[in-house]
Ligand binder design. Structure first.
Ligand code: GLC
Length: 567
């Protein structure tokens, strides 16, 4: 088993649990750690190698827990440290690794450090843990400069004594000062804390933002918009004061020493929305080891786009001397079943269509759910056959679509904002709706909460969730869940054990067909083929191991993938 191996993460399938929306064991309408423990068997049956839990730490939950008030505890609404221990033990007993989320760019303004910074006043060592600067104007009534927050509005907030603090995200998320040695020490303590408690690895939130150049020129001389949105960021290197700066890599080299104190060494994957030609640096083995490659999540359904994404991912893997990752969905992007169901336009506009569609409660474009499902199935085989790790997001194995019509008043995401000026967005709650476990909606939550007597789920579930409930799909061989289980089992049995990460493009790889070859553990060669075009594509001679749709006269129809084992 690859799991016993120190390199387990290089070819892993990691399942992202968004704890508040996964399963609610105590009936308060919020998913919790005990809920994850209760569903370990489900995840083991799915066939994943590891679970990554989005933040479950004490938090005012302004940004779904990415506003951390205490890095070394569990939010009482989500459980206790003992619950974490039980969850980790259950995962390990089932042969799964546990990955926790580290949020080092900012703390919640409820973190004790931030409170101390406010109390201590300008010039204090307490303020130096954050990025406080005097305001402009006679009494400091103007922000230090015009930088904007990723969530909209100014990136500076006044604290009433002439100083302002920097927040690249919500006002309640204050950016830490990574030039301060105490900040370094504290995060190393946190990494050791969770490693000692059984975490096998870490997901590093906005890994490209930590190092900042605030002082090499007067603040007001910086442009207002230095690529301030992490999504817009395109690897502008040391020209950019805020994102993807070269010094950020020193931090990860320091962390690598901590990871290597453990046996096996702890693993890390960085979230860095930077250009592909910069991503690999975060993944080098003297730094984090792995970085999310988000190119799949950005692509629309075109063969050339996916081919390019695969090439870029493989190139990054080679440069980092590690493996790359493949991601179709996560808690920050509209679900891919919906992305693939909406009109497909060249990928330069990747999420724009879905964002517009969401803004109008899903009424602007026709959501062709059949196409979305077909393409999601096809995309899964294309993804799972590739060398590297695959990150799945909870609910994609059920084929869930984005929930577009959550009423504005029920939205939780700080990104959601309704303005009169046309720059409104609905945010990311549509992919964070609590999962449907049972089709029966007897107690109004599709089995999301364990106790019969429970609070309403923290985000409303649509009636159509009934068709996608785990209990329905488990009993249906044609369901998305059954398809995920079958494909994951094949990958685990036949592809991963070779340890060979080579890929060759197949001769059929041209035009509307994406086709590649990989070695199989039984000595045969896998051909993975995906047909994006209207004309059915001929398959090579061999055994069809799995197909995402029924073949038509022995050929692969449009929007379908197949794995063929060739002699
Ligand atoms: C990352 C998280 C996102 C969060 C942001 C700020 O991008 O994935 O959910 O809002 O960081 O912490």
């Amino acid at each position: 088993m690859t799991n016993a191996h120190a390199d387990w993460w290089k070819q892993a399938v990691v399942y992202q649990v968004y704890p508040r929306s996964f399963y609610d064991a105590n009936g308060d309408g919020l998913g919790d750690i005990a809920g994850a423990t209760a569903k370990i068997d489900y995840l083991a049956a799915l066939g994943v190698d590891a679970i990554w839990l989005s933040p479950f730490y004490p938090s005012p939950l302004i940004d779904g827990g990415y506003d951390v008030a205490d890095y070394r505890d569990v939010d009482p609404r989500l459980g206790t440290l003992e619950d974490f221990d039980k969850m980790a033990a259950a995962a390990h007993a089932a042969g799964m690794k546990v990955i926790v989320d580290i949020v080092p760019n900012h703390t919640s303004t409820e973190h004790e450090w931030f409170r101390a910074a406010l109390a201590a006043g300008p010039g204090s060592p307490e303020r130096d843990r954050y990025i406080f600067r005097p305001g402009r104007g006679e009494h400091g009534e103007l922000p230090p400069n015009g930088w904007k927050s990723t969530f909209g509005g100014p990136a500076w907030e006044p604290v009433g004594d002439g100083e302002w603090y920097l927040h690249l995200f919500a006002v309640e998320q204050a950016d830490l000062n990574w030039k301060n040695p105490e900040v370094h020490e504290d995060f190393k303590t946190t990494l050791r804390f969770w490693s000692d408690r059984g975490a096998d690895g870490f997901r590093i939130d906005v890994a490209h933002a930590l190092a900042k150049d605030i002082d090499s020129r007067p603040l007001e001389d910086w442009p207002d918009d230095p690529g301030q949105s992490s999504l817009a960021q395109s690897g502008s290197g040391d020209e950019n004061p805020l994102w993807d700066r070269p010094e950020v890599h020193d931090i990860y080299r320091e962390w690598r020493q901590v990871f290597n104190e453990y046996e096996p060494a702890r693993f890390a994957v960085g979230e860095a929305w930077v250009a592909p030609e910069h991503q690999w640096m975060y993944a080098s083995t003297d730094e984090l080891g792995q970085v999310f490659n988000f190119e799949f999540a950005k692509k629309n359904w075109f063969a050339a786009d996916f081919r390019l994404a695969i090439e870029e991912g493989l190139d990054a893997a080679e440069r980092s001397k590690s493996t790359t990752t493949w991601v179709l969905s996560n808690h920050d992007v509209p679900r891919h079943a919906t992305r693939f169901a909406l009109p497909q336009v060249p990928s330069s506009t990747h999420h724009q269509i879905a964002t517009d569609w969401l803004l109008r409660d899903g009424t602007t474009y026709y959501e062709d759910r059949e196409a979305g499902t077909r393409r999601s199935r096809a995309a899964l085989l294309m993804e799972l056959g590739l060398p590297g790790s695959v990150y799945l997001y909870q609910g994609e194995e059920l084929g869930l679509f984005e929930v577009a019509d959550i009423p504005w008043g029920a939205l939780e995401d700080p990104q959601a904002q309704m303005t009169a000026h046309g720059d409104a967005i609905k945010g990311r709650d549509g992919c964070r709706v609590p999962l449907p476990w049972t089709s029966l909606d007897a107690t109004g939550d599709f089995g999301f909460s364990g106790p019969a007597d429970h609070a309403a789920p923290h985000l409303p579930q649509p009636a159509w969730f009934a068709q996608f409930a785990v209990d329905v799909e488990e009993g249906d061989e044609a369901s998305m869940l059954s398809f995920y289980r079958a494909a994951l089992a094949l990958r685990r049995a036949l592809i991963v054990p070779t340890g060979d990460t080579s890929l060759a493009w197949d001769e059929a790889n041209a035009g509307d067909v994406v086709a590649y070859q990989r070695p199989l553990a039984d000595g045969r060669t896998l051909v993975s083929m995906t047909n994006f075009g209207a004309a059915p594509a001929a398959l090579p001679a061999g055994e069809v191991l799995i197909a995402s749709a029924e073949l038509v006269d022995g050929k692969l129809p449009q929007d379908a993938s197949a794995w063929i084992a060739c002699a």
